[in-house]
Design a protein around this ligand. Sequence first.
Ligand code: UD1
Length: 341
Amino acid sequence: MAQKILVTGGTGYIGSHTVVELQNAGYEVVIIDNLSNSNIGVLDGIEAITGKRPVFFEGDCTDMNTLRKCFEENPGINGIINFAASKAVGESVQKPLLYYRNNLNTLMNLLQLMPEFGTKGIVFSSSCTVYGEPDVNPIDETAPIKPATSPYGNTKQISEEIIKDYIKSGAPIKSILLRYFNPIGAHPTAKIGELPLGVPQNLVPYLTQAAAGIRKELTVFGNDYNTPDGSCIRDYIDVVDLAKAHVIAIKRILDKEDTDPVEIFNLGTGRGLSVLELIASFERATGVKVPHKIGDRRAGDIEKIWADPKKANEVLGWTAVVPIDETMKNAWAWQCHVTEK
Ligand code: UD1
């Protein structure tokens, strides 16, 4: 019988791509999402790609009664992939309690219900933000955790600790913490992708909207950093590559007996790209110009960070493979699809 995976936040950006890969790999998927930052239409996209509509439970994971009902109505959940969280760095500074409440209560509710319902494993979406500004690049999982610079970042650090402490206390579950670098792009079918509400805060959605004429121009936040072209460097990872890592992670937790109860992996390409290089890649891949100007630095930005993904490559047998130009082409196809609608 197919194993059943609960995907919290499964209609969101990374969640929806992961649902596709889970279904393609033969898993049965139950999504729980409160649609606070996503759209029910995403289910149509998932169905169009995979030929299967996942079970959908509308509800808020911060509410224990709702979450319990979801477990009761969907018996036999073997594993959880937890995407349900608020993720805008700037907003988290304005509304810290919202971020602590959403991100931490969701996680604690899930952890509490897991033993009760015999759910064995949880994959958690963490972030390279836990490393702060690295002393050296590329950065591996043994690097020190730096004090968080936003409530959002802090929820990732605290969540990692909560999971470790809970498992240390003897809870009969296992977990894999995935530290994402910068997820970008969309499904190559252009049937699902990122749907930012309002003015995008992240680089690629802003870039594609500027290219589409929805925004006047992209502002490059600073060109006086200590990098070859002066703009910030990140490790941009294709969202489908990222989604596939989750399938490997949940399989490892559920099927492999001899692994540590908590494991941590960086998910990145191992290659740093500057903001200006990313714009160049987009223009090369699509033939479309990105109107842009150089502006001031953005407060709180990290100068440069990219992953050492060797542990994920060797232990998970996972490697990011989608070339950056391909990722940019997919991001553009998705933008065109959204604009046409
Ligand atoms: C941030 C968070 C990360 C989170 C991610 C997704 C930190 C340190 N990082 O990443 O944890 O997972 O958001 O929400 O908290 N840029 C421009 N112009 C723009 C927008 C961005 O030049 O209009 C530049 C930024 O300066 C940065 C790069 O593009 O150098 C990427 O920015 P962004 O997409 O916002 O992601 P991060 O800040 O790296």
